[in-house]
Design a protein around this ligand. Sequence first.
Ligand code: NDP
Length: 335
Amino acid sequence: CQRIVLASRPQGDAAPENFRLETAELPAPEEGEVLLRTIWLSLDPYMRGRMNAGPSYAPPVEIGEAMAGQVVAEVVESRDSRLQAGDIVLAGIGWASHGVAEARLLRKLDPELAPVSTALGVLGMPGHTAWVGLNDILRMDSGETIVIGAATGAVGSVAGQLAKRAGLKPVGIAGGAEKCAYAVEHLGYDVCLDHRDPGMAEELAAVTPQGVDCYYENVGGDVLQAVLPRMNDHGRIAVCGMVAWYSAGGGGEALTVPGIWRTILVKRLRVQGFLVFDHANRLQPFLDEVGPLVGAGEIHYRESVAEGLEAAPEAFLEMLTGGNFGKQLVRVGSD
Ligand code: NDP
């Protein structure tokens, strides 16, 4: 059994030496548990926060402990009547080739409905996050203009398509011409701007002549800086993430708390942070709506696949600065 542990805490940007690959004995399941073999490991921006010490919404990963994370895995041995060998499940066993989990905590997946990797992306936590952000936090309305950062990523790619389907005018912001072209051609964005373009703020003003009603905040940094002045009075901002600031040098240096605070006041904005795990009761409504759309090919998704558990640290670090194109996965074992 192989696993990747946190070797040291990052000073500034995370680096490969913060991780270590270890070999351990295969764990044995007890009554009510199953032994799992990982097929897909999900890499997500929140994992960067778990590498830091200090209080947050979830406890940090301890030094020497396996990095936290969700996987799609096959049941190898079951000591619970709910699951049997060969079943495919969603589990939280972290960056590991194998693990033991309590059967009652696992979601069994149906490979007939959609490729099982989608349970980590478009039909998993990122898709659920996009759906909750639009419907419950922003309460999007047809005809509105919405700006979505990290527009082609795991969350943003779902948010753009759902906003378009609901009759909004989605404006995407992504890194590079290829991602921007994909956003418009496949993800329903009316327009997509490159955040690396120094003229991005002016372009945003030009493409939002009626201002911005909703901002789906995934990035912070220069993107936030460009969007805030475009917000309409009584606009809404769903603060989902701020990936630009998970690494150093994410831009937005000119942003000051007094300036942001004043904008919120003067424009009477509603700014709401949210964490998807508070919205577990919305998972099923999300799956009921989006599952059939994915099955019918009406919602597009894209995956970036790194091969082998040992490739996870590098793929993770690259994802934090846009090296992924769509949902970042690691293929740990065969289907
Ligand atoms: P993505 O697949 O979108 O990957 C991260 C992307 O962030 C990169 O591909 C890159 O896209 C973009 N990015 C990185 N640095 C910058 C920068 N300086 N400026 C602009 N964009 C940047 O990840 P996810 O879809 O999984 O997550 C998106 C956001 O949602 C994250 O902030 C994450 O923390 C948050 N999130 C929050 C949840 C919640 O419950 N609140 C749950 C899940 C995710 P590009 O190449 O286009 O720049």
